[in-house]
Design a protein. Structure first.
Length: 225
């Protein structure tokens, strides 16, 4: 299967077929673990577009006000821009993705160039909630992990990686994360083609997903993943 052309010119379509794989699920459900396993195996054949990168900028608000926003509601994202970027990637064109800085609760002034690859992974808690976004996906996956395990993982992650206090993480979880999960994230599971219980711990499901991607990418199936 042909997947790329040699030495593409600026703006030229660089791939013949781009597969878009959506990976959704609740906060700290194991989405990133699965994405990293896929990237580790397929390397440069995969590009990642994270919904978190498209959080709206709020330069007009002070830090304290930004920290109290509901970041788990669909309106918190510039999803229309994400949709436009995915369409360009599907057409074989590179895009400049925004960068969000969680330590300041605001979008940074940097962008990251994302190149079109045979497989584009779209990841985020709410990507299956949006119908227009769903229509761009060839395969829709929902990572389903127990709520107690998710809050524990989120607590550790936000304290270690985002410099937050335990109390602020718990307060946010109670105020917005849990109710938004119940209202928007959990109901979107019905749109998934594949549901992966236990997230990154589900080795069998990850191996099956790798094998399926190898098939659609035209790679030979081999043992010893």
């Amino acid at each position: 299967m042909k997947t790329a052309v040699t030495d593409p010119k600026e703006g030229e379509n660089t791939v013949d077929k781009v597969w878009v794989i959506g990976i959704a699920g609740g906060t700290a459900s194991g989405k990133t673990t699965i994405v990293n396993r896929l990237k580790e195996y397929f390397k440069d054949d995969i590009s990642l577009v994270g919904h978190d990168s498209y959080y709206l900028a709020h330069d007009e608000m002070p830090f304290e006000e930004r920290s109290r926003l509901n970041y788990d509601h669909p309106a918190s994202f510039e999803t229309n821009r994400m949709i436009a970027d995915i369409r360009k990637l599907k057409e074989g064109m590179a895009v400049d993705c925004p960068v969000y800085d969680f330590t300041i609760h605001n979008r940074s002034d940097r962008t990251v160039r994302i190149e079109p690859r045979p497989v584009i992974i779209v990841e985020g808690i709410l990507i299956l909630e949006n119908e227009e976004l769903r229509k761009l996906m060839d395969i829709k996956i929902f990572v389903d992990t127990d709520a107690d395990e998710r809050i524990t993982r989120r607590l550790i992650r936000d304290m270690q990686e985002r410099g937050r206090s335990a109390q602020s993480v718990v307060d946010q979880y109670i105020a917005t994360v849990k109710p938004m999960h119940e209202k928007y994230v959990e109901p979107s599971k019905k749109y998934a083609d594949i549901i992966i219980p236990r997230g990154g711990e589900n080795e069998i499901a990850i191996r099956m997903l790798i094998e399926h991607l190898k098939v659609i990418m035209g790679r030979k199936t081999e043992t010893g993943i």
